[in-house]
Design a protein around this ligand. Sequence first.
Ligand code: NAD
Ligand code: MN
Length: 361
Amino acid sequence: MKNYRIATIPGDGIGKEVIPAARTVLESIAAQQNAFSLEFEDFDWGGDYHRKHGVMMPENGLDALRQKDAILFGSAGDPDIPDHITLWGLRLKICQGFDQYANIRPTRILPGIDAPLKRCRPQDLDWVIVRENSEGEYSGVGGRVHQGHPIEAATDVSVMTRVGVERILRFAFKLAQSRPRRQLTVITKSNAQRHAMVMWDEIATEIAREFPDVTWDKELVDAATARMVNRPASLDTIAATNLHADILSDLAAALAGSLGIAPTGNIDPERRYPSMFEPIHGSAFDIMGKGLANPVGSFWSAVLMLEHLGEPAAAAHLMQAIEHVTANPALHTGDLGGTAKTAEVTRAVCEFLASAQPPVA
Ligand code: NAD
Ligand code: MN
C-alpha cells in the first residue's frame, strides 16, 4: 500500500480551523479507499511562531518539507504583523524555495451555490486559471531609498524571464489540451506594459505552435474582467502573470459564489519538490476562532492534492462528497448565507464518504 507523507501548515487565523478539518476528511477518505495511507506531520509556523522566534518559520524549515509528498497550507496573515512579512516569510518562501511555478485555480459553481451572476448557469462557468507563480510583478526586485524625506523613492520591478514565461505558458497549453474544450485565453497588458508583456505575447505565439489542437486567444486584463462577468462561457483555461492572475482569481472566486470555496495548487510540474495546496482565502480575522469558517476551499484543495499524488479515484470521491454537501443549504456556512459551522460541514463530508459508493475512476 502506498504511503504519502503530507505536511500540514495551518498558519494563522481560520487556517487553524480549516486545515485540521481537511486533515480529518483526508483521513476519512484514506480509511475508506483502503488503497493508500497518509502520514501527516504538522508544522506550527506563522504568526504565533513569529511572536516566539521573530521569524515565520525556521531558517532550515524547507529541509523539513523537502521529503514530503505534498504540503497542505492554511493562511499566512496576522493582525499584529505586517502582511508583507507574513506573506514573504512563510508562503512565498515555500513557493519560491520549491520553485512551485504553476499556480492553478479551478473555478466552478458547485451544486446548491447561489452565484451572483444573473444569467450565468453553472455549466457556463467552468474555468481553470493558471497563474505564473515564481517571478513577474512579485519577483521581489526593487528598493526604497530616502525614507521619510521629500525625495523618497520606491520601486517594485516586474521581472520576466524567457525560461519563466515559456514554462508557465507551456504548462497552461498542456492543461488546456487535457480539458474537453481545449481552449486557452492568454491574459496580457502589452498595450501599456511595452517590454515584458510584449515578450509574454511573443512567447505565447511561439508555444501555441506546439499545440495545434488548442484554440487560443489573447485578452487584455482589464477587458478580461468584463468578459468574465458578461461572457463567462467564452472562457475555459486562462493563463496570466502573477499579479494579473492574483486579481482575476479573486473575481473568479466571487463569481462562483464565495471566497470560502475556492481552492488552489502551487505546483512544481517537474516534481523536483513537494507541491503545496491551499484555499485561496486568507486568515479571515473577522470570523477566526469561532468555528464559522467554510472548510470547502480546503477540502477542494485536498482534492487537487489527491489528483497531484496520482489518486484520481479518491479525488473524485471527495469531490462528490463536497458537492453533496454544498447542494444542501442546511450545510452552508455564513459566507454562503447559512448558519452551519465548520465542524458540521466536516462531519457531513465524512458521513457521505463513509456511506456512498466511490465513483468509478
Ligand atoms: P480573507 O480571505 O482573510 O477575508 C476576506 C473576507 O472573506 C472576510 O470577510 C472573511 O470572513 C471572508 N472569508 C474568507 N474565507 C472564508 C471562509 N473560509 N469562510 C467564511 N468566510 C470567509 O482576506 P483579507 O481580509 O484580505 O486578509 C486577511 C489576512 O489574510 C491578511 O493578513 C492577508 O494578508 C492574509 N491573506 C493570506 C492569504 C494566504 O495566505 N494565501 C490569502 C489572502 C489573504
Ligand atoms: Mn490573492
